[in-house]
Design a binder for this molecule. Structure first.
Ligand code: MTE
Length: 322
């Protein structure tokens, strides 16, 4: 992975802009949505129906909802969540939906390697035959202090770990996004350490909440959400939920994640949500709900403490919330 020595200041992550600027940006988007009917935004930004139909996994959706994973918040309208995305491979702004349609999601091979007994390369459709899909409604809290609520379809990360059968030396799983600067113009920006990398401890990856996502809103995931395979770890800031994964490697060493390599003082490995630990440049006490003007208090572990707090007992020396 190339190492960043110096990055132009204008290449700061979106999260570096002030919350006011982010807010204004969203207002523009919502205004744009209002005009969407007139300018045919649905047709312009969304994958075309023909493209969605040609997805060979389309028949697997909608999958049954697992009622153990629902939340009290309203689901964010798809028109909002699918037109306001972080996917730096396609640009360092939120309006990447159209550019992301260039991503070829078939064939899509996933490499499983490292410290495991069953290393393999498996196509996404073969992987889908080995798991059983379900829908879960999760909150997603971005480090930039906005939040959404999304019905993801997918399967427990624990199922993939079982398939790989990690050895006793494996302590972490490192995940990697595709690398294709010809398709993803953002990857031509050399000051970022492409490909996007994330990591979890094995205990985190096998926690019941860790979910590998293949669909959103009852159909195969649109490309801007990270098709055909992305992560959802709702107790952590959104940047941990890596999109369009091509590789899972089981390791003894803690992986260095993309944003950690870019700016470790602001984006750490653990990145668990905590309203009382501010980002160095803004408060994390509250969050904006996308699609409304509401601002609500942020909750420890994004409200999932009952499921995950135990993962971190005895780790007081770690920067668990950054
Ligand atoms: N994965 C990749 N490969 N590239 C990215 O830029 N952005 C992350 C995460 N996963 C990102 C990524 C960030 S910062 C967030 S908040 C979520 O994706 C956003 O997911 P969404 O666009 O589905 O809301």
């Amino acid at each position: 992975m190339p190492t960043i020595r110096k990055r132009p200041s204008w290449a700061l992550p979106e999260s570096a802009v002030t919350p006011e600027e982010v807010f204004l940006n969203r207002r523009q988007i919502l205004a744009g949505l209002g005009a969407g009917a007139a300018i045919g935004l649905g047709g312009g930004l969304m994958p075309s129906p023909a493209r969605a139909e040609s997805d060979p996994s389309a028949g697997l959706y909608p999958a049954p909802r697992n009622e153990a994973f629902t939340v009290e918040r309203a689901i964010t309208p798809e028109t909002v969540s699918s037109t306001y995305n972080n996917f730096y491979e396609f640009g360092s702004h939120k309006q990447i939906a159209r550019a992301a349609q260039a991503l070829q999601i078939r064939p899509w091979e996933i490499v499983i390697d490292g410290l495991c007994d069953n290393p393999q390369t498996i196509g996404i459709d073969d992987l889908l035959k080995k798991v059983s899909l379900e829908e879960r409604v999760y909150r997603l809290r971005c480090v930039e202090a906005w939040a959404m609520t999304v019905p993801w379809t997918g399967f427990p990360f624990a199922d993939l770990v079982r398939l790989a059968s990690p050895t006793t030396d494996a302590k972490y799983v490192r995940m990697e996004t595709f690398l294709d600067p010809d398709t993803a113009s953002g990857q031509r920006a050399r000051w970022y350490p492409w490909p996007y990398v994330e990591g979890l401890t094995l205990a985190e990856a096998t926690n019941e909440l860790a979910f590998l996502v293949t669909g959103v809103y009852g159909k195969p995931a649109a490309r801007q959400f990270g098709a055909p395979l992305r992560l959802a770890v709702p107790w952590k800031y959104g940047f941990k939920s890596i999109k369009s994964i091509v590789r899972f490697s089981f390791t003894a060493e803690r992986p260095v994640s993309f944003w950690e390599e870019v700016q470790a003082s602001e984006y750490g490995f653990w990145a668990n949500v905590n309203p009382e630990v501010p980002h160095p440049r803004w408060s994390q006490a509250t969050e904006r709900l996308l699609g409304s003007d509401e601002r609500v208090p942020t909750r420890l572990f994004n409200g999932y403490g009952d499921q995950v707090a135990d993962l971190y007992t005895g780790m007081d020396g770690e920067r668990l919330f950054m």
